[in-house]
Ligand binder design. Structure first.
Ligand SMILES: Nc1ncnc2c1ncn2[C@@H]1O[C@H](COP(=O)(O)OP(=O)(O)OP(=O)(O)O)[C@@H](O)[C@H]1O
Ligand SMILES: [Mg+2]
Length: 270
């Protein structure tokens, strides 16, 4: 799939899937290069989560081609070494963390499944990595704040030392101030671990915060590719992208700052 250079981390070509009568994805193509953060935006129901879930091997019956670190994958089968390299973080950390497991058990489970070594300080270190105190080890998910839960979900995704993170609306269940903290955490983790990300959101400023390149999905099709600079300048051709920029500006004006550029440039480390 590549010449002499190393292959892109994720390559998707002509990905299509139907759910009954609904053509949920129609020939979606995307490439996420090593260390890149690719944004995927679109209105509710445009197919964003479906793209990530198919890449993660959670949905069967699709057509097209997908390769992960240069290896073609099919259906829902993933060899263990690829499974470890690609992890997903979901929108709702409450739903994605087992309610009867302690934080300790949640973090150690992926290592146990893959029969990887566990040290006495494994969970404390994993918690420190996401800015949490080791005191939280023996709490249950309902005993954590929303932001703490999402940090635990991110820590769990990192336990197998993946190179690719699929982030599905990782901050939309959180308060605005906590959203910013989680986005900064993700930016730092990306930098420290050289992670490749595909970040899904219906919120353009959230995506602009981490992604350099942004694909706009509409009714299961990619209708436009924007750079973070296009976004800051409000440059978009397609109606769905223009509508999302208008919505972001509207939210921003409600928050008393007139320009989307302010939002995109408030990025700590893009
Ligand atoms: N397992 C499924 N069975 C049937 N239809 C599905 C399934 N998963 C998704 N869909 C439908 O496919 C379309 C795309 O869904 P998807 O969850 O990918 O959208 P999304 O862009 O992530 O939306 P949101 O922003 O609301 O999360 C929607 O119309 C949805 O109802
Ligand atoms: Mg979704």
């Amino acid at each position: 799939m590549a010449g002499l250079e190393s292959p892109a981390d994720v390559v998707v070509r002509n990905l299509s899937v139907r759910f009954g009568q609904l053509q949920a994805l129609d020939k979606v193509s995307l490439v996420a290069q090593r260390n890149e953060c690719l944004g995927l935006v679109g209105e509710s129901g445009s197919g964003k989560s479906t793209v990530l879930r198919i890449i993660a091997g959670l949905i069967a019956g699709w057509e097209g081609e997908i390769s992960v670190v240069g290896e073609p994958v099919r259906d829902t089968r993933r060899p263990a070494h690829l499974f470890r390299r690609l992890q997903m973080v979901f929108q709702d950390p409450y739903g994605s963390l087992h309610p009867r497991q302690t934080v300790d058990a949640i973090l150690l489970e992926p290592l146990a499944i893959h029969r990887l070594p566990i040290r006495a300080d494994t969970t404390a270190q994993a918690l420190a990595e996401v800015g949490l105190s080791p005191d939280l080890r023996f709490r249950f998910p309902h005993q954590l704040s929303g932001g703490q839960r999402q940090r635990v979900a991110i820590a769990r995704a990192l336990m197998l030392q993946p190179t690719i993170l699929l982030l599905d609306e990782p901050t939309s269940a959180l308060d605005v101030s906590v959203q910013a903290e989680i986005l900064n955490l993700l930016a730092r983790l990306r930098r420290d671990h050289g992670l490749t990300c595909i970040l899904v959101s219906h919120n353009l400023p959230v995506v602009a915060r981490l992604a350099q390149r942004i694909l706009v999905l509409d009714h299961g099709r990619v209708v436009e590719e924007l750079t973070a600079a296009d976004l800051s300048a409000g440059r978009a051709r397609s109606a769905p992208a223009q509508a999302m920029i208008a919505a972001a500006l509207h939210r921003r004006s409600l928050a008393a700052s007139p320009r989307l550029a302010d939002v995109a440039s408030s990025v700590e480390d893009r």
